[in-house]
Design a protein around this ligand. Sequence first.
Ligand SMILES: *Cc1c(COP(=O)(O)O)cnc(C)c1O
Length: 411
Amino acid sequence: MSDLSLAAAQARDAADPFAFARDRFTLPDGVIYLDGNSLGALPLATSAAMADVIAGQWGEGLVTSWNRHDWIGLPQRLGARIAPLIGAAPDEVIVTDTTSTNLFKLIAAALAARPHRQVILSEAGNFPTDLYIAQGAAAMRGAQLKTAAGAEILSSLDDHVAVLLLTHVHYKTGSVHDMAAITAAAHAVGALVIWDLSHSTGAVPVDLNGCNADLAVGCGYKYLNGGPGAPAFLYVARRLQNELHSPLSGWMGHAAPFAFEDGYRPAPGIDRFLSGTPSVLAMAALDAGLDTFDGVDTTALFAKGRALGDYCIALMDARCAGQGFALISPRNGDARGSHVSFAHLNAWPICQALIARGVIGDFRAPDALRLGFAPLYTGFADVWHAVEAIRDIVDSGAWDAPAYHAHSVVT
Ligand SMILES: *Cc1c(COP(=O)(O)O)cnc(C)c1O
């Protein structure tokens, strides 16, 4: 889009086919929210849906609600709702635990399935929990974690690699790995692949089955709008489900949990990757979050997310040139997820000054200002106003107020 005026952005929003989806969310007045990739916005329907589960189901049905309201089936039901967003079959996805815990389960299962191989290969600079969990799983099994730069992943694959662990859309740069090509290369050396879809699901096209993927995990509280700390999901390709074993052999993954047997027998299929009792209230919120995708043409939605990123880059080029920002995301929208990051020496105080003005993006150490575009509710005028705020904060020196240099626990 070459017309960078506010009027042009507003015209684009007026013609947005996803205006109906934006109305499914509530955001505080005066806030421009560009952090739905970290914590999705609150869907309008979530509060009432949770109140119903609390008062109507828990309060009225008490323990009978496990059957009456099929609480026990929530992990499978929600998994089946996520499946079409990631190119999986309904019985290949289950909602459970956290992304970190699911990573542990799948890494351990993959290592056990390749007993003569000792290497977990991942990307240097991958999301911290992925590397930390891999280190813990490696230590338990006498394996080792090796990391390679993104461009050197393919050349680092060899027949020592048991499992390749990659995040599909990089949390900081937004750059996207070629899932089909990398999966094929890993299979060619006999390795399994785990894809972390935390920054992909609900934001970019993912075709696990089309890529012949093995294993995947992803997050419920980012683009899926499931609420803070929402349950995560995991994917196991059907062809692998009965040969892999969860190291967290809890009763919900047992073939007959309510037979109360002493010995563990894994459930057939993906259910064996459950461990304990599902978090019903949290799952109710995730269910409401997934409703925000109802009736949405995701191909067009993801194209809108990419267009928002392209627009942000074009505006930053035009309006913030010479202010010290360096784009660290791919310029080519095909190679980028739904967020854009800029390195800047003063990224932290700039980000705090933006938040003080109601423009919420985030900071990723050591020097990145990250702006996320959740295409269900972010508009082009939002991006316009955000870039104007950035320009003004740097231009006026407003970022340099002492308050904006103070650090907080969570970034
Ligand atoms: C957000 C995110 C996670 C989150 O893991 P939790 O267990 O929910 O804290 C994991 N991996 C990636 C790549 C993420 O972006």
